[in-house]
Design a protein around this ligand. Sequence first.
Ligand code: PEP
Ligand code: MN
Length: 263
Amino acid sequence: HGEASEVVIETPNGPVAIGEHHPVVVVAGPCSVENEAMIIGTAQRVKAAGAKFLRGGAYKPRTSPYAFQGHGESALELLAAAREATGLGIITEVMDGADLEKIALVADVIQVGARNMQNFSLLKQVGQQDKPVLLKRGMAATIEDWLMAAEYILAAGNSQVILCERGIRTFDRQYTRNTLDLSCIPVLRQLTHLPIMIDPSHGTGWAAYVPTMAKAALAAGTDSLMIEVHPNPPKALSDGPQSLTPDQFDQLMAELAVIGNAV
Ligand code: PEP
Ligand code: MN
């Protein structure tokens, strides 16, 4: 239904196309927007390394209600400042349809997180607005579930959908947070024209494993990557253990360039 083989996103630095016939696009940034210095500083570093989009959560879907929930509207303002300072496109998550309008004022791509992949009223809402949507795979979603969730967005009138694999729940939680399903890449290629993004940060849960799986995703033919980067991971308010430092991100981008087809 209404599938596009690429999603073209207008950023201040110009249009960026994500799809099979384009160079691999890298999205990078912290799990959460914490303060102005960290988001602007991280944006500058990931831009210099070749990322085309800055990610950062303003509204965070945390397992515990007592964990940091994101800075909300003030974080959106900081993302707007980072966009202004670097020209990077912005990707940030919507959790509540009531926040969609103000998020869409700042975001170039609206993220629907794993936990909301089957929030059908939210899917309809993001389908009725015109910003591209990054649909993360639910942690226990089959490929069919995931594609049908995408279908809700397409059916509501928005054809600009990117599918993001971020790991699924399997047996092990001791050594990996999730199991990154890279086999989804060739499977999705057969089933859909929608562009593919792989998130090895949430997919593994550990910074030490992120570069290996990012390179594996590139070799397997992903269209884009999402990588969490934090200036000081041990002090991160969320997802520090899986976040690369800016130096580690530089190193990864250099390694990806060797494999080819990256940025
Ligand atoms: C995130 O991108 O920080 C996030 C919460 O991702 P997911 O929905 O994949 O857990
Ligand atoms: Mn995160």
